[in-house]
Design a protein around this ligand. Structure first.
Ligand code: HEC
Length: 155
């Protein structure tokens, strides 16, 4: 299990409610876009592959979109240190981290960027399906997201 979405031990009294909620999710639970408790992309989304190759123009566009839409929270280099990072209900992770990069498939990154994540009334991360209506643009952002790991390896 990935530890990131687990509640802290201080919330152990909610364990039974959590177990019930998990059972509901496992039993076929909410439709895509509503399953924020786990933020888990449906299997058919997870296995999607990026239709674009990381050509310099595609990466450049992805980088520009990232700076415009994502850097305020994720930081210009994806380290999770954007100026708005600490105002949300959760901190963004370091997107350059190789374990995170390996855990997330292209399809999953695309889905998460499109859907965003809510937790009750809080927007943890906004969805960009409307602000970036072009699938191609969002795939370019995924290309740039991937390049963050490469940049780190070259350092
Ligand atoms: C308002 C702040 C905010 C903005 C803007 C934002 N994010 Fe996030 N993002 C977050 C937070 C907070 C998390 C951590 C969510 C969590 O731990 O539940 C996150 C998580 C992620 C993850 C990791 C998902 C995982 O499974 O660990 C990726 C990838 C990501 N964001 C990409 C993007 C991209 C690309 C954009 C721009 C299109 C973007 N984000 C815009 C706040 C933001």
């Amino acid at each position: 299990m990935c530890g990131n979405w687990e509640p802290g031990t201080s919330r152990s009294s909610g364990g039974r409610a959590l177990a019930a909620a998990l059972a509901w999710v496992v039993m076929g639970g909410p439709a895509a876009g509503a399953d924020d408790a786990q933020w888990k992309a449906p299997a058919e989304e997870r296995t999607r592959t990026n239709p674009l190759s990381p050509s310099p123009p595609a990466l450049l566009k992805g980088r520009a979109l990232f700076q415009r839409h994502c850097a305020s929270c994720h930081g210009a280099k994806g380290k999770g240190d954007g100026p708005e990072a600490r105002f949300g209900p959760k901190l963004p992770q370091d997107l350059t981290d190789s374990a995170l990069q390996e855990r997330i498939t292209d399809g999953e990154a695309f889905w998460k960027i499109t859907q965003g994540r809510r937790e009750n009334a809080d927007v943890v991360m906004p969805g960009f399906g409307r602000e970036m209506p072009s699938d191609e643009d969002r795939w370019k952002v995924v290309l740039f997201f991937r390049s963050l790991k490469v940049e780190q390896a070259g350092r």
